[in-house]
Design a protein around this ligand. Structure first.
Ligand SMILES: [Zn+2]
Length: 290
């Protein structure tokens, strides 16, 4: 097919049909751009929601409804953002002293992280000039008609190994298996194996948990070909479910949707009850002054 197109292209070009060729190329690029624009981008957070509750995915990402967050959550998120920004600036070789002066607590946390993780502290590994490092590294993979995207906080690659580093500004979780099965771990490893020449066995992911007045701790996840195949199967299943939910414009709750974890779950399936619940709920919402 490609050969035929190249032949046709050359034939038209030789026959002074340059403007026609240009027009074809332009249309083709336009169509490709349209296709890319209409492809749904999915991150690990969206895959996690699809796995736990498709209704929440629909409300948050398709209908753009967001749940209000508490001032504590807001402050936590702002601190987390500052930490990520500072680590990125440091990686780029930009001065961070002025930022650290403003936030002593952040400076202490970063200093203890750097002493606990020498490979992060030392940008260039001695005797290994081939090591490449990149902060906030973004990758995209087209899969089943969707664009899967990841952003690695830090990616360290050498001739034989690749390490994905992710900062978490909370304490190390007790349940390691839960983090292993989280779509962040699975998708991050999967995309790196799919978009580079590294074998799954050459890739690992390390989470660093940092929090003020706590010693930084890490969790490391190795990867292999059978996990990679498993992730491929699970992605195929999840995205084909998404295809059908989008087509039917109907997103179901899953059997594990409990009232306490799913804000959209209504225990009684009776439509009338659901409508009444919504009316009661809407009436309890206070008016926001503008
Ligand atoms: Zn639900």
């Amino acid at each position: 097919m490609a050969k035929v197109l190249v032949f046709l292209f050359l034939f038209l070009l030789l026959n002074n049909e340059f403007s026609f060729v240009l027009c074809c190329c332009y249309n083709l690029i336009q169509e490709l751009l349209q296709l890319l624009l209409y492809m749904i981008r999915l991150s690990q957070g969206q895959l996690n929601l699809l796995e736990t509750c498709p209704v929440q995915f629909q409300k948050i990402y398709l209908e753009q409804l967001s749940s209000p967050i508490s001032p504590e959550q807001q402050a936590g998120a702002a601190w987390g953002n500052r930490f990520h920004l500072l680590m990125q600036q440091r990686e780029l070789g930009l001065p961070v002293e002025s930022l650290l002066k403003e936030d002593e607590e952040l400076g202490t946390v970063i200093a203890s992280l750097l002493s606990a993780a020498p490979e992060i502290a030392q940008p260039q590994v001695e005797g290994c000039p081939q090591t490449k490092r990149d902060a906030e590294h973004c990758r995209t993979l087209s899969f089943g008609g969707y664009l899967l995207t990841v952003i690695y906080d830090l990616l360290i690659m050498d001739d034989s190994r690749a390490k994905i580093i992710d900062w978490k500004t909370y304490l190390k979780p007790q349940n390691q298996a839960k983090l292993a099965s989280n779509w962040q771990t699975r998708l991050y490893l999967y995309i790196l194996a799919e978009t580079t020449s590294y074998l799954p066995e050459q890739i690992e992911m390390i989470y660093w948990f940092v929090k003020s007045s706590h010693k930084p701790e890490s969790l490391r996840f190795t990867y292999n070909s059978s996990q990679h195949e498993e992730t491929r199967k699970d992605l195929t299943r999840l995205l084909s479910n998404l295809d059908s939910w989008l087509e039917a414009n109907e997103f179901p709750h899953l059997p594990n949707c409990q009232e306490d974890i799913c804000p959209y779950y209504v225990k009684h399936k009776d439509e009338k009850t659901m409508v009444n619940n919504w009316i009661i709920y809407i009436n309890t919402i206070e008016e926001v002054s503008l």
